[in-house]
Design a protein around this ligand. Sequence first.
Ligand code: SF4
Ligand code: SF4
Length: 147
Amino acid sequence: MIGVLEALATTLRTMLRPPVTVQYPKERLPLAPRFRGIPRLLWDEEKGEFACTGCGACARNCPVGAIRVTAQDNEAFKEGKSTRRRIVDSFQLDVGRCICCSLCVEICPFDAIAMSHSFEFSTSSPHELVLDKERLLSLTPGDTETL
Ligand code: SF4
Ligand code: SF4
């Protein structure tokens, strides 16, 4: 009998407690400052160009092969406006593969990539999961970017 009363008391307490769930996506919990979404490319405001030189170090070290990158000669370097001899030509990141490990950020010798706060990419088309450099530039900045 005591057990039944205790169970009823627990049920009553739980019924009167405010809900701990939120109605996502209408309601959202704040992200932790060091939350890792997928990586995003950074823009060099001073030079007015991508900070990425297209060196490919991130692509070579990504454990799941989520990055493809090509580089081209930098016209701004020839004109003396930039210190980057080479600059990114195309950069593709497959969100469907990325495991948000941050290795590409750690390995980048130019601090040209950082973990963003973007993580919502649900789609019915796998092609839409491959983001180009312009899209990667527009992702929500994280709190740990240095550029
Ligand atoms: S965060 Fe990790 S898995 Fe994602 S692109 Fe960078 S290295 Fe690859
Ligand atoms: S993000 Fe960094 S490591 Fe990757 S290609 Fe650009 S400069 Fe190289």
